[in-house]
Design a protein around this ligand. Structure first.
Ligand code: SF4
Length: 361
């Protein structure tokens, strides 16, 4: 009979002593409602060298929750990378160990008089319903089938996984800057949608890409998504690097561009390490107000600016996203960054040689 790897062996072979964790501030809030949630954190996107998020956008990979809270320490980051390597290099033993940890968490929840719940994609987007493994007794099933009475849940950006790929697995579809079509499909199917908004900018209602308007609930209150009412938008506040997102993944103001907040956009772009600096175009100085977006999004933003009487340029740049250099586009409009003592302005101008071309409009 195949045994799950011991903690000691896993620590020595894979550099991590557990697959599941229980404490983050949202799961602690869930405890007040009687649920003990265990979350597994792997390395998102291609951070480990293997892709755990097949539908990640440039914006979400860059702003990923992987960088929020305690997750941004190097110890956590290394553990996430090590777990991911374990999963890809020895999936059968990884799943056996996961099963064993789930059993142990169920026991500890029951001892505390609580209901266990599990989120396996804390910072990844793996289709767990497709991962079948042998339990050592000749039974081959996915993890949900081994625990039919236990509730699992996740957020996902992978389209067409459905609301409940298994009866005990609840999925909330997650919006990014490039998946409008799938957000609209999911809403039409009645699947709840998670949307990331700027800090303090979570609205009461949100209108999806095909015009459906749903109430927004506070997704930061608890993480227990399977308890949410149907036809809700789960409003999340940008955290970690997400607080500086300018890609369109995080929605500010009206969700596209709020003309009253141009100064805030400029400040975000200034703090974005991938963004190129201000440019002289003709007699004017242009500043970036959006970066790391695809050409279509950048052109739409530029058009919006022009409709409101401003000039705009779309500029190609080469940000590093998820550890790789990518081609993306930034939107420039006339303006200046305020001078300050940090030297940021000078540094940004020096990087202007990274500008490759202009799209003349
Ligand atoms: S936000 Fe989700 S899909 Fe995007 S990189 Fe992070 S875990 Fe992956």
């Amino acid at each position: 009979m195949e045994q799950a790897i011991s903690t000691k062996e896993m620590a020595s072979k894979w550099g991590t002593s557990s697959l599941l964790g229980t404490s983050n501030y949202k799961t602690l809030k869930g405890e007040k409602l009687g649920y003990q949630t265990a979350i597994m954190h792997l390395a998102p996107a291609s951070l480990s060298g293997k892709n755990t998020c097949q539908s990640a956008s440039d914006g979400c990979a860059s702003a990923c929750l992987n960088t929020s809270g305690l997750g941004c320490t190097s110890t956590s980051q290394n553990a996430r990378i090590n777990r991911t390597k374990f999963f890809f290099e020895d999936q059968q033993n990884f799943m056996l160990r996961l099963k064993k940890e789930i059993e142990s968490k169920i026991n500890s929840a029951e001892r505390r008089g609580m209901t266990p719940a599990f989120r396996l994609n804390g910072t990844s987007d793996i289709k767990w319903e497709k991962v079948k493994f042998d339990d050592g007794f000749g039974v081959t099933q996915n993890i949900f089938e081994y625990f039919p009475d236990v509730q699992f849940y996740d957020y996902t950006k992978v389209p067409n996984r459905g609301k409940t790929p298994e009866p005990n697995y609840s999925l909330t579809y997650s919006r990014s800057e490039n998946n409008d079509r799938f957000v609209a499909d999911a809403m039409e199917d009645g699947q709840n949608i998670a949307v990331v908004f700027g800090k303090g900018e979570v609205p009461d209602k949100w209108t999806g890409p095909r015009g459906l308007t749903w109430p927004v609930l506070d997704g930061d209150y608890t993480d227990l998504r399977f308890l949410d009412k149907p036809k809700r938008v789960v409003g999340l506040s940008a955290k970690g690097k997400g607080a500086f997102d300018t890609s369109g993944f995080v929605l500010y103001g009206n969700g596209v561009l709020d003309m009253t907040k141009l100064d805030q956009y400029k400040n975000r772009a200034l703090r974005d390490p991938s963004i190129i600096g201000q440019r002289k175009i003709g007699n004017d100085t242009f500043v970036p107000i959006q970066s790391k977006v695809n050409k279509k999004t950048a052109s739409a933003t530029a058009e919006l600016l022009r409709q409101s009487g401003r000039r705009a340029r779309v500029v190609e740049h080469k940000p590093t996203i998820g550890g790789r250099k990518k081609t993306a586009f930034a939107v420039y409009t006339p303006g200046v960054f305020a001078r300050n003592n940090s030297g940021a302005k000078v540094a940004l101008i020096r990087r202007s040689d990274r500008i490759r071309s202009y799209q003349r409009n």
